[in-house]
Design a protein around this ligand. Structure first.
Ligand SMILES: [Zn+2]
Length: 328
């Protein structure tokens, strides 16, 4: 028994391949355990909680390996329950067992196993695993977890899978968790903005407009005039321009080239309605407006149409997707 520092001891390995058996270090005292270990990196691994919990048990010496049970004073058969050849410590269970070595080889990860054999404790081992690329890191963690699962079956006297079947499981789980990570990266449905249909709609063809912004402002002016004529006194105007909303709800753009038009809109909004709400509605949320714009472009200059409740089929078709998503 070699003492490294107070509370840290290393047991000589039963293997002749290395001086010390990996993961045979026993650390007493919670303060020293993993003080410098990157725990955040462990919990950030793109793996399910059951595997992360297993890894946490591995690095905190919480797995009931037979040598550990003996160190605690229990009378146990310390032979590996899988191969019945050598004492079962962490190094044997995960890296040196004849059965486990076959799995590492079949997984094309023998060079990684040899590198991990040089680690003197499970914290060091996991840090080495973190240095691998993400795919290899995931595969190693899944391999260790599956090996422990099979070891527990053997420990309970149950039949265990053959190395080829475990290799299939490693590949399956790696694929599954990689897909899960990709799905998590897709924006959630709740972030998708949706459109709420209005009780009335109108569209027209404007004359003499200088640009799209000018057209938007004129459209609002025509819309509020038409709405006022219909007797509505509580209205909501939707537009896809934040600048237009700012221009007709503040004095910021009163001195701009279209300032007179903005002041006219603000005046009409004040005198014609009791309650006015102005919303910015992203273009992606109001496909109906764009369908109507395309429809009205085919009309003559100055022509316009208004619908109350009964919208034309081309509008209903264009909003079908929005209306369906609202009900989900
Ligand atoms: Zn064994």
């Amino acid at each position: 028994m070699v003492t490294l520092s107070p509370g840290v001891t290393v047991s000589p390995s039963s293997s002749s391949a290395s001086k010390y058996s990996p993961m045979s270090i026993s650390i007493h005292g919670q303060k020293t355990m993993g003080a410098n270990f990157n725990w955040g990196k462990l919990w950030a691994l793109p793996l399910p909680g059951k595997i992360l919990h297993f890894l946490w048990r591995l690095v905190t010496y919480s797995l009931p390996l037979r040598m550990k049970l003996k160190q605690r004073g229990l009378e146990v058969d310390t032979r590996c329950p899988v191969c019945f050849r050598l004492d079962e410590d962490g190094g044997h269970c995960f890296l040196k067992c004849k059965f486990v070595k076959k799995i590492w080889g079949l997984s094309q990860m023998e060079p990684i196993r040899l590198k991990l054999l040089l680690c003197t404790n499970p914290l060091c081992l996991l840090e080495e695993v973190f240095r691998l690329n993400e795919e290899e890191c995931m595969k190693v963690c899944i391999l260790l977890w599956l090996v422990w699962h099979q070891r527990n079956k053997a420990n309970a006297g149950e039949k265990i899978k053959c190395p080829d079947d475990i290799l299939s499981s490693i590949n399956y789980h790696t694929y599954e968790y990689r897909s899960l990570k990709q799905r998590r990266m897709i924006p959630k449905q709740t972030n998708i903005q949706k459109w709420t249909p209005p009780p009335a709609a109108g569209a027209g063809n404007l004359e003499h407009v200088s640009d799209a912004f000018h057209a938007e402002a004129l459209a609002i002016l025509n819309a509020l005039n038409a709405t006022a004529k219909m007797g509505f006194n509580q209205v909501i105007f939707e537009m896809d321009s934040t600048v237009l909303k700012q221009a007709i709800s503040s004095e910021d753009y009163d001195l701009a080239p279209l300032g007179a038009l903005f002041q006219e809109i603000k005046f009409q909004l004040r005198i014609a309605f009791e309650n006015v709400k102005l919303y910015v509605c992203p273009m992606s949320c109001n496909n109906a407006a764009h369908v109507l714009a395309a429809h009205e472009a085919s009309l003559g200059d100055g022509m316009y149409e208004i619908w109350l409740g009964q919208f034309p089929e081309l509008v209903m078709n264009s909003v079908a997707g929005d209306l369906t998503s609202r009900s989900l």
